[in-house]
Design a protein around this ligand. Sequence first.
Ligand code: SF4
Length: 875
Amino acid sequence: MPRPPQDGGEATIRTTCPYCGVGCGVLASPDGRGGVAIKGDPDHPANRGRLCVKGAALGETLSTDGRLLSPRIAGAEASWDTALDLIATRFSGAIAQHGPDAVALYVSGQLLTEDYYVANKLMKGFIGSANIDTNSRLCMASSVAGHRRAFGSDTVPGQYEDLELADVVVLVGSNLAWCHPVLHQRLMAAKSARGTKVIVIDPRRTATCEGADLHLALAPGADGHLFNLLLCHLFDNGRLSADFAPHVTGIDVALAAARHSMPGDTGLSAANLERFLTLWAASEKVVTVYSQGINQSDTGTDKVNAILNCHLATGRIGKPGMGPFSVTGQPNAMGGREVGGLANMLACHLEIENPSHRAAVQGFWASPTMAERPGLKAVDMFRAVKEGRIKALWILHTNPAVTMPDAARVARAIRACDFVAVSDLWATTDTARLAHVQLPATGWGEKDGTVTNSERMISRQRAFLPAPGQARPDWWQVAQVARRMGFSGFDWAGPAEIFAEHAALSGVAGTLGSDFDISDLVDADYDGLAPVIWPQAAQKGGRFFGDGQFHTQGGRGRLVPVTARLPEALTPDHPFRLNTGRVRDQWHTMTRSGMTPRLSQHLAEPYLEIHPGDADRLGLAPATLAEVESPRGRAILRVMISDRVAPGHPFAPMHWTGETAPSGRVDVLVPGLVDAVSGQPASKSAPVSIRPFAARWYGFAVTTGDPRPDCAYWAKAPVAGGVQLELACHSLPDNWSTWATALFGGSAPTTTLSDPSRGLYRFAVVTEGRLRAALFVARDPVLLARGHLAGLIGTQGQGVLAGRPGSNQPDPGITICACLNVGQNTILDAVATKGLVSVDALGAALGAGTNCGSCRPELAALIARHHQRHREAAE
Ligand code: SF4
């Protein structure tokens, strides 16, 4: 394979970050010894050199330790030929016996566009079923459905620069500061430069609120009502666009439906509601950014359309500095949409229900068959697996046993399926463990292809490391199986040829009226391809719909009547509504981000953020554990008491798995309730009950081993040289020394400190002059200097059982600035002693927040909280 273009030195490769939908450009410089220096690409338009902390730490996630390096069948090593033949045989057999809908592919927004294209081509054009769906169904399917209803196509109208050109930016259901940090930094820079007004609409006071002019703590689920009220306000105040009116339909019916929404539905004060309505109405240049808080709802599509209605009615769409903007979670959710990776799409944004679209794609592929109706969307797909209707399933680069709603049931369904293949980097994920065949896939840094970010920018991901062992790209795996099933048209030499075919097919789609036509790129220099927004700027300025041309029949945008409704009432048995989401420094199920100690020190275990009033009523003390139960499952989570969440609406992050915290998996609590239009699950509103977990003891350990402790609650995080573990249980072991020995992998403690009357036990193992492990047990949550203890691994371990450094070494506290390793205690001390009042002053004093900037909202919050407490104390 030819070497990719190089920059800034012989070994520097231009590629793209594999995490969020911002799609930042990355310069990767391998050192030839397995290490790779990572920098932001100053020439990539999405980030212009910036990276958030996750992107900056990518070089720490490239170890091949523990990788799946060869195919395995039933746990035993196998050749590629044997494994691929088996998959082809099992898929062909299931199809022959039960028909094409008896097989399914479940894929991922982590796939590259070329991987996605091949999987979609096999399933829809050759197997003849649309049973291919993607984990993007959990992320942005409601946006896709809303776009198609309003625009006649799944088109994101805007670009990132619109956030910088706008006078008002509304962030609704989007914790941009944590989930799309570089885009948030671009917005904050624009705000500093030109005074952009930023409004955050979120029931939770997230880090994004720190930089906002207005935070509207909306009643959970009331987004549809709010934007309905906005539509009415725009109409009543003469703000609808007369110029744009000929380009849209449905204003009257949308308004009639919107009139049913009442201000009281929003839970906002009259003053705040009025402020939002007047600010939005008075600002021609307004961008409404939305994300999972809108999409992950059983009325997600309606919420999307309620937003789109306001932009369509005012003509504030597709022009510089204005428009609705759905920001995707995954690096290539957009690429998956482009190739038709969703069960209800065809290819190149064509429609599966449209006979002429199907005929065009079938003709282009010269395929023997074509799926004629939408396939099973993710939740329905795993229901079909459970009911035995899917006989053969292939899961690529995703972990549905953790991330699907009703995750425990999904895991049982996968386990019981007749045949399951998994392609992944690891054989140890919760899902890979359930597979009959495990295929070693190439990962970031090893694979070549393209991704499309949230603003439709196609960028290259380029290999800069050799594939380890027998790992192979996903497109190759799927093409090999297709060929073994007897299909032709899967004989590409590499991703460049796949991309050219995809681009050529998009040209056919363009003749049918599809927005997605990148046929100009058919003959592009694939290896040297620079980031490009489609359609190319010369044609449309990179934006859609500003000219009033839509992809509906008749070419007019459609306002959709939205009868907004709030979530179902809660019951006495499950009186809380659990919100789920991401944390700043982790990504999905942490298979990559969880490898680096730096990223694990910000929030190192699963937690339940709960309002002080709720905690008080339930008898939950800070840092204890809560047992959270829904009709679907049960989780145990660390209690974090905070008024950032509303009473009755706790929050829990979604990242932990059977590998990292078996009791901390929150998707076992989430019901399989979906939006009727999009099929997207309502992941942010699970009804739950909460009670204190009756822990008889709490523990903390550091060890060079990798144990699975024998206790009801444990959570593992990497530290330099080993792991740290939070532990707790409702029963006491017979003998603490024996339990510690088992935890330490059979090494008996060499040092012990115990006070049974107080339930205190401390053990350490020092061998050959080096600390190998230490365990601290107490009746209450263990107060220790955790960072200090983690740093003692591999040292002589002097004073380890004291649990904290000497008085001359202050405990820095939990890490806030992961880049420069600055802890919360250090920050608060500097704020207090130096009288610091701004993030910049803090940066000058400690360096915190001066590298990637991801922590700046938290630094601002810490400073504000300190000074508020100081003022309160003085009054
Ligand atoms: S914002 Fe961070 S995670 Fe997202 S693409 Fe950029 S560097 Fe990667």
